[in-house]
Design a protein around this ligand. Structure first.
Ligand SMILES: [Zn+2]
Length: 212
């Protein structure tokens, strides 16, 4: 059985203090995020589900996918959600040099800026796989808010069955949680089962869903 870390221990969070892990638990708000899109099929599915609950979310986009599917990215924006940076080619911050990594972020940001009505003062960026080093996080701080998560649903894990994925997503969510889902083909089976039920569960408990 693979070990799934739905939530990272606080010691790990402290290694990256410049990153955003969770928002204050001042009210019953959840911050849903969707990584790796935009793509046909999955991203429109997410938009439909969010609309049913008047929920807003944040979409961490791969620059390459923005270049391929700008029309889908525009739909995300038009529905009132937020687009954010997930590098141009989904690179790991542990695998490439510092200049290469920063160039990946810049390229993705150019794709985003071409779609946004106006550039954001401090755009959001999530490192693919959550892999980033403290020096890189510090470099990025000048231009971006780096966003990690409070809860990883592990929806991309094909060995995780949808019922269990949903159970854990519900169990580990708490007010102020930043929750990671994926609008990707790999996550499709779990996402399509979990997201509507997750939204229904928390909407029924009086939660609201906001973009970051
Ligand atoms: Zn990703």
């Amino acid at each position: 059985m693979p070990v799934r870390l739905y939530r990272l221990p606080s010691a790990a969070r402290r290694l990256l203090p410049d990153c955003l892990w969770r928002l204050p638990a001042t009210d019953n708000t959840l911050y849903l995020t969707f990584d790796d899109g935009p793509i046909p099929g999955e991203t429109p599915f997410v938009l439909e589900q969010l609309a049913r609950f008047d929920a807003k979310g944040t979409f961490f986009c791969v620059g390459d996918n923005l270049a391929r599917h700008p029309d889908i990215a525009r739909q995300v924006l038009a529905a009132g959600h937020r687009l954010a940076n997930h590098t141009q080619h989904h690179v790991s911050g542990w695998a490439v040099s510092r200049p290469e990594y920063l160039a990946e972020v810049v390229r993705c940001q150019q794709e985003l800026d071409a779609l946004l009505p106006a550039p954001e003062a401090r755009p959001l960026m999530r490192p693919p796989y959550g892999r980033i080093t403290p020096p890189l996080a510090q470099d990025l701080r000048a231009t971006h808010q780096v966003v990690m998560w409070d809860l990883l649903t592990c929806d991309y894990d094909a060995t995780l069955n949808p019922e269990k994925c949903l159970r854990n997503a519900i169990r580990y969510s708490r007010p102020g949680s930043i929750v990671v889902f994926h609008d990707s083909v790999k996550a499709s089976r779990n996402l399509r089962y979990v997201l509507p039920r997750y939204l229904e569960h928390f909407a029924g408990q009086g939660y609201r869903f906001a973009a970051l």
